[in-house]
Write a protein that binds this ligand. Sequence first.
Ligand code: ADP
Ligand code: MG
Length: 659
Amino acid sequence: MANLSEIKGIGVNTLKYLNDLGIKTIDDLVTYYPFRYDVYEKTDMDKIKDGDHVVIDGVCENNPNVFHFSRKLNKMSLRLNTGKKIYNITIFNRAYLKNKIKPGMALTIIGKYDGKHKAIVASNLEFGMLLKTKITPIYHSNFKISSKKIHQIILSVIDKININDYVPEIFNQKYKFIDKMKALKIIHNPESLKELNLAKEKLKYEELFVFMLKMSYLKQGHKKSAGLKRNVNYENIDKKINTLPFKLTSDQAKAIKNIYDDLTSARQMNRLLQGDVGSGKTIVSFFALYINYLSGYQGALMAPTEILAIQHYQNIQKLFPELNVSLLKGKLKVKERRQVLENLASGKTDVVIGTHALISDDVIYHNLGLVITDEQHRFGVAQRGNLKNKGKMPDILYMSATPIPRTYALTLYGDMDISSIKTMPSGRKPVKTILKTNKEIKDVLYLMLNEIKKGHQIYVVAPLVIESDKIDLENVSELAEKMTKAFGKICKIGVLHGKMTNKEKDEVMAKFKNGETKILISTTVIEVGVDVANATMMVIFDAFRFGLSALHQLRGRVGRNEIESFCVLISDKETKRLKILTETNDGFKISEEDFRLRGSGDLFGFKQSGDMNFKIADIKQDFGLLLKVKEDTETYLKKLDTEKAFILQEILQKAQSLD
Ligand code: ADP
Ligand code: MG
């Protein structure tokens, strides 16, 4: 059996519904794990309180009574004798069962205890006694196909499939894991919680093993792979550093030295540069491009947004006039684009800065030696990889403003070296962060007025323009109207949102940068990178919608000089979670907290890029297991002749979705 459509009972419609849930193959189907289980275990009625969930069994004492409220609504009541006590049971809309239930019949009742009437309002009724714990798997489902139906389909195939166990025998023995097939059967149809746990253990381990084996394999590969060897005298770098308009922080200098050492070694660089927003990563990346240029290669810097690409483009030209820099963005005129491509191919261009336009098929480099991605978590692995493939073993630098707690980083980015910028450039004041509710909006407006009077500028962040009117959000235009009412007479207001053309965005941004507009209302397009030193205040509406790290990044847009800066978080919800931002400005601490509260997805941006869609393991909860697996995969790889190992090939193939 190879295809879903060959399974008995799966018709055209069911097939489509399964596809909608992301189930395309038999493999998808049997690894479509329940997200939770309903566990029916007999309740100890001596300990029961009003409102408790109960599961009891007993014998029916009477013929049930049915009362019809309307054609669609009815109520059935009966008495159940548990051997200790008799309970009154009511259940809605089961009139059709009336004739099937007779006095003396054994029944199991699932419902809620009503302490006042010493009765049970049942949500479910089943025939027979509850002889042992009953566990029902519950699957994510939709209106078209129920959890129960999915369960049936899975059970109908599970006995007929052949599936590989990717855990090598040595580890199956070491941990006394159960057989893979058995684990799959149990996960979809457990008889006890104990065996369910054994099945989970096995499947989680296997999933993490496949992932980690790939990571460890990549790491070994990088360590071995030969890179470009360059000859650059460090004195030249030092000289250039002395021409900068500011003094580098020691972490910046260290990072540049790390990169210099990597670039001048024969090994390929694969480095992550992480540092809080505003810590000054950009200048470090410029030096990487400069060293690369001095050794005769082209360099590319890929930014997640056009605004950011333009900003980098302008800054690098100011600081490094000796470089011939091109800007490649999505919407260039045909002629302009052709010129840029020509200069890249001929080698006239030393450095190219752009968005993901840099990885289009028609972009050909003369001799790409260094590839940098800014805000790397914004790109999928595939996008990053594509840029890398444009050169012959180019060196690679990733930059991220989402500091990752070191242990996690080492594990997940196991194949990278890391430079961290922990100190901020001197003269920065921490951003003062305040929490307000929507009712207190007047206070916020006064604070804003104060800043405008001082000649400062303000960012106002609204949630994305959302089409659906179900979600009642302050959208950008509504907010713009309100702000115009409040401040329209004393200053100009700019509006920026995702639906604008790039040209419109650039114009709005330019006006804010040169101080023409004092207030910039925007969606999170400003989240990354934008740099306007005169902006001293950030107001964020519906702050609860954001992860802590995202909010921290947003507020990093202000506080870029010695002037006191403010961030106002407006939220009627989740104020406890948001409070941490009022207490600390330490990005590492905040990301740990985010990680603790929301899991890895938001932190690493993996959810968007699909790198780590684990089906059963949970990177946060199972982190201890992940560390163990990491060690195992490393031991395993050391013992293995990697080129020939059949199992490894197969695992890597399976792990291709991670690529
Ligand atoms: P991020 O790390 O968030 O990308 P940037 O590189 O954009 O931060 O730097 C933020 C601002 O700090 C920029 O205006 C940059 O010119 C400035 N800056 C960087 N390094 C220093 C320094 N050592 N001293 C003073 N200002 C600096
Ligand atoms: Mg940046």
